[in-house]
Design a protein around this ligand. Sequence first.
Ligand SMILES: [Zn+2]
Ligand SMILES: [Zn+2]
Ligand SMILES: [Zn+2]
Ligand SMILES: [Zn+2]
Length: 390
Amino acid sequence: MAIIEDGDLPHFQLGFVESPHPRDAPLAIEHFPTKIGGKPLWLNPRTPLDPAKLTCGACSAPMILLMQIYTAEDFPEEAYHRYLYLFVCRKGACHRGDRRLCTRVFRAQLPLDNDFYETDPDTEETTIKPAYSSTAATTCAVCGAAASKRCAACQKTWYCSRDHQYAHWTHAGHKEQCSRTTTATDVTSRLVRAKLLFPELEVVSEPELSESERIAAAAAAEGSATHNALVPLLRAPAVPEEYEDSETGVDRAFLKFQHRIDMYPKQVLRYLRVDPELDPEPLFVAAEEKPDLERVAPCPRCGAKRELECQVLSTVLAYLPLDVTDENSFDFGTYFVLTCPENCELKGEYAEEVVLRQDFSSDGMSSLAQRAEKAKEVLKEKEEAENDAE
Ligand SMILES: [Zn+2]
Ligand SMILES: [Zn+2]
Ligand SMILES: [Zn+2]
Ligand SMILES: [Zn+2]
């Protein structure tokens, strides 16, 4: 198990939502963002995912993008650009049955030398080549999946399915826009309100520092006028080992989880594949019903044993417009994403990888409403700290 002690050891990377406010402009693929929600930004515009792969196996509705994670790798060359796309059905009821039907994760890769992006080796700035738009496949105006149906009236707008054509017509303003030359500007926010997309929010990363490093960093920053919102809150957390011996009757795995999360309470993503020296360390949210991360099917392409790459945390739910009073609302404890460690070649295709889920036990923090309340408190604290800094 990895123990983070000194500054010279590698650190896990934590993802934080940059701003909880809706964006003025959508994120651009050439900046290779990691993000929550919105339509998927396809690394390869010629091969958007087939809507058949994005259909919930439980309710047959299209699944929606929860998160896409940019994870560039050195080997092989094809993994120079690399994305993981995590889709879920937003109906909580679907997740009570076989979760493999309503949660899926896909890997996409592209080498440095490709048809779509030009990266300046000195500045690392990337621009889009003309082939990006001229050879892009048509995508659904609602969900971004590959589209094969077109609006018969304007012949310009494409859809993956009749459902999404109907949704675009009634909820996203196509009824008014169809015959006009201008396009509606607030389509994304309308689709979010119609529960067809999650709001698009950028996720930025920071290394997870040990307690001693955090104290040193805070001491160094003291007196400095700029308040970095991502500097973790300094609290005096209890030593996790105490929990191991305690007879409190509460879920120790949850307390340990809570202790680790409390150092960076706004983290939504733990990126664990950072260095071969550092074993990915899963944080279970309960002692019960731990998914077996060792017994996962090997990569069907190359046979390698899949390994834990990252963990998505339920803190992300605070950023999604979910009805926390609805017991059928989409909810989860944590998702573990396991992938082929060889980044084996895909040649423009997608590799479906494995996502496993664990829920909070009833004696951990239980309801979605409770956790949403806590997450809101944290956001409020952050805003107050930002206002104080101004
Ligand atoms: Zn479903
Ligand atoms: Zn669609
Ligand atoms: Zn039309
Ligand atoms: Zn493989």
